[in-house]
Design a protein. Structure first.
Length: 95
C-alpha cells in the first residue's frame, strides 16, 4: 500500500514538473518574441504588417498552449477517471 502511494506521488510530480517545464519554455519564447518586437519598434522597423502579424500569431499560440495545458492539468487533478490520464501513458507505463 505504501509503495502504491509513493508511485502515485511520483507520477503526479512527474506530470506536473513536465507541464511546468514546458510552460516555462513557452513563456520564455513568448517573452523573447515580445522583447524583440519592442526592440524593433524602438528602431523604427517594428510597426510593419509582418512584424505585427508575427507578434499577434505568437500571442495567440502562447495563449492557446497555456489554456490547453491548464485544462489538461485541471482534468488530471480534479476528475478522477481513467480517461483523464490518457495523455500520460508514458508516465503510467515506463519502458
Amino acid at each position: 500500500m505504501h509503495s502504491l502511494v509513493l508511485y502515485h506521488l511520483a507520477c503526479t510530480l512527474t506530470i506536473y514538473s513536465c507541464r511546468i517545464i514546458s510552460l516555462a519554455f513557452e513563456t520564455l519564447l513568448f517573452v523573447l518574441t515580445i522583447a524583440k518586437f519592442l526592440d524593433a519598434v524602438r528602431q523604427g522597423w517594428g510597426m510593419g504588417p509582418i512584424m505585427q502579424q508575427f507578434v499577434a500569431d505568437g500571442t495567440w499560440a502562447y495563449a492557446l498552449i497555456f489554456v490547453v495545458m491548464l485544462i489538461n492539468m485541471m482534468l488530471y487533478k480534479y476528475i478522477h477517471s481513467s480517461l483523464t490520464g490518457i495523455c500520460y501513458t508514458c508516465v503510467a507505463y515506463p519502458l
